[in-house]
Design a binder for this molecule. Structure first.
Ligand code: BV8
Ligand code: ZN
Length: 267
């Protein structure tokens, strides 16, 4: 006998062919990666986002930021995709499903390593680096700090709180993380693809985002205005809950596998 909440979620999802899944940091929480705003543990509960995720901070003092991003890349590489990431990949294989697009605000690589095939990174990636000035991609590789197994992902950045970024071979300026900082525009190609995915979906899922960072958080409104069914999976209400047909009080690694197993007729 399935629980009522799962039944309600299933009613929204059955028969969907083009699904768009809008994800945030909560998607990776059960892989052991901090979220941004969960008061006690969020990666920003240790630092001020404006201080550590803005172009001005980079211009002022790049070395603590470079250390912080390498530490976060190391934590992401050290983490494993959870059952939620894997369930989204399995959903792609179900009969009748044409495409599942993951539109993520996350900068980790867990959707890729979880097996999803269509992923849009709205805020960049911890594993892309480029020149601060001429934007030439950095191909020189970086050495990530070691994350001892028993270490909790605390901040400051692992073993060292300052690291010197490499310099661009073309113009000599500093290499920076390929992420979108506050006050920076989102990458145009990804933004356009995300708008198209929202507009063409016949089902939208929202998983693991508080919906407070714009313009990304404005994307689900495109689907809501088209009357597309929207299912949210979140342990608590968010700024996007009011746009959703149903907000299921569950988590990424519990709700998504239960949903996909039920859709596959496995439970
Ligand atoms: C820009 C990369 C303009 C770096 C990030 C209105 C319109 C436009 C802009 C603004 C606007 N209002 C304000 C702004 C400015 C700003 C902004 O939105 N500020 C916020 C704080 C109010 N936006 C910007 O600056 C953007 N740029 O607008 O540029 C422009 C245009 C043209 C030319 C020049 C400039 C850039 C924003 C991108 C910033 N970069 N990340 C880094 O990570 O270090 S943002 C960061 O927040 C991450 O990307 C993150 O993904 C994102 C959103 O956070 P969430 O993912 O939602 O994470 P959060 O912790 O908040 O929530 C987690 C949720 O999961 C919770 O609800 C929790 O309950 C739930 N959860 C927990 N566990 C689980 C779970 N759910 C499921 N399962 C679980 N187990
Ligand atoms: Zn350069």
């Amino acid at each position: 006998m399935r629980d009522q909440q799962l039944e309600h979620a299933l009613d929204l999802c059955r028969g969907a062919r083009r699904i768009n899944v809008f994800t945030g940091a909560g998607m990776s929480a059960e892989s052991g990666l901090d979220t941004y705003r969960d008061a006690t543990t969020g990666v920003w509960s240790h630092v001020d986002p404006q201080a550590m995720a803005s172009i001005d901070a980079w211009a002022r003092d790049p070395e603590p930021m470079w250390a912080w991003y390498l530490w976060r890349a190391a934590l992401s590489r050290h983490a494993d995709p959870n059952a939620g990431h894997r369930a989204l990949a399995a959903w792609e294989q179900l009969p009748g499903v044409e495409a599942i697009t993951i539109t993520t605000q996350n900068i980790d690589d867990l959707h890729e390593r979880g097996g999803s095939s269509e992923i849009i990174h709205l805020h960049g990636s911890l594993f892309d680096y480029r020149c601060t000035i001429c934007s030439r991609p950095w191909r020189g590789g970086v050495s990530l700090p070691l994350v001892p197994d028993d270490d909790t992902p605390a901040h400051p950045a692992g073993p060292s709180a300052r690291l010197r970024p490499p310099r661009c071979p073309l113009c000599g300026n500093l290499i920076r993380p390929g992420v979108v900082w506050f006050g920076e525009p989102l990458p145009e190609r990804e933004w356009d693809a995300a708008e198209r995915a929202m507009a063409s979906a016949d089902l939208v899922l929202i998983v693991g985002t508080s919906g407070v960072v714009f313009p990304a958080a404005g994307l689900p409104r495109i689907a809501a205005e088209l009357g597309t069914p929207i299912l949210e999976i979140s342990p608590e209400p968010t700024d996007l809950t009011r746009l959703c047909d149903y907000s299921w009080r569950s988590t990424a690694a519990t709700g998504l596998p239960a949903l996909v197993d039920a859709l596959a007729g496995l439970s």
